[in-house]
Design a protein around this ligand. Sequence first.
Ligand SMILES: [Ca+2]
Ligand SMILES: [Ca+2]
Length: 518
Amino acid sequence: MATRQAWAGWAAAVAAAVLLGAPGCGAKRELPKELKIDLGDGVTVKLALIPAGKFMMGEEKNQHEVAISKPFYMGVMEVTQAQYEAVMGTNPSNFKGATNPVESVSWNDAADFCRKLSEKTGKTVRLPAEAEWEYACRAGSKTKFCFGDADEGLGDYAWYRADSGTTFHPVGQKKPNAWGLFDMHGNVWEWCADWYGDYPKGAVTDPQGPASGGQRVLRGGSWFNYAGDCRAAYRNWNGPWNRTEILGFRVVVSVPGSPAAAAPVAAQPAPAPIQKAEVPAAKELDLGGGVTMKLALIPAGKFMMGSPDSEKGRRDTEGPQHEVTISKPFYMGVTEVTQAQYEAVMGTNPSGFKGATNPVDTVSWNEAAEFCKKLSEKTRQTVRLPTEAEWEYACRAGSKTTFCFGDAEERLGDYAWYSANSGNMMHPVGQKKPNAWGFFDMHGNVWEWCADWYGRYPEGAVTDPQGPASGTSRVLRGGGWSNTPNICRAAGRDDGPPGTRGNDCGFRVVVSVSAPGP
Ligand SMILES: [Ca+2]
Ligand SMILES: [Ca+2]
């Protein structure tokens, strides 16, 4: 029913739009329903005509009537990496793929893209106003999502936490909404033109958001987010310089001749030059209640992942040994997540061996992922589990040996709690020596969940591997207090179903690096 109403609205709007083409000259010109921009080399941007109309924006207390007075064209897809590269000559994305959405782009980068594409085409290409975005997302619907209220239906329309395999997907693979727009829910967050601020109290026409601010609006959720964050009304924000791998955008093109067409672009200040300031070597997250978490920066680089055939105690799941490039620096927790930290974020402590500075144990992969989600929301940063490659890279800290400190098993007790010295229990984090990059307990104490599904390694060199696209168990690394040295090796791997818990299984987190602000 929502669909039929939507299409009725569409027809009415197209009829209304006829008058806009050349006001006063009497010539009736129907706006084409689709606009195609040629970027050269076979790369095009397709946009759909969005009718003028009214809708209820927001939800609950902040809901208010918005009139969109002019039709406009909106990108049918998120801007892809091929499109971005065709216009900008670069591709900053972390998850490379020509038809993947471009990501790791700041609001400033997105505005620059619009400016360049406007110059190239002579059209007014711009970011959507937040109101235009929600209007287009709803496509006539009044429900939680463009298709209704049921979370269960979201997978038909969106790549989000439950079906994305925690990675990006090419644009346009799911169902479009009633107005033909793809991935409005999920895949990549989309920058809107507006500064973030409170909504107006009453009905408004063509709102542009506050005149100034510190944060720009983001909409729609991403592959990293759960259903609630992908709602039509859900608002997010971030600093305009922030480049995170879950942030992208789509463009709109103003209808030629419409009087308000140029306004939003004029309202956008010139992008600030990207600061080349150094990324700080350490980071501290405030978890509330006086509890903090220390993280250290890990440089981008290359390493040999897995073990050589000659390594003592090797299992064949550790091969083939292959070269891995970690293309971006990232922050990693200096210690395993402690029980105090877990409780500050989750409000519970499931551990078998209680102690505020003990690592949290008896947590499933799902719970570890939930912790990351909650801490991401709390800190507005991308907190996540390390990929298996990031974990081993951080554990090795430049070493190529059995352990981070060399091959001699006799020295393991200096760095790790394991079967020979643990007294059959875990110990507070950070009591043994750290590795060369300052990380404690990478060997032993508790096993650490990694983001990846468990599976066989690739045969050749890879960049930023994420593990298999699907699987039945998640990767565990580093060994625990009950394990022998052999199990605690840098290349050692184990796995467990994502719902299982063990009193020797915990985790540590990483935070993606985003460009520093001005
Ligand atoms: Ca999206
Ligand atoms: Ca550990």
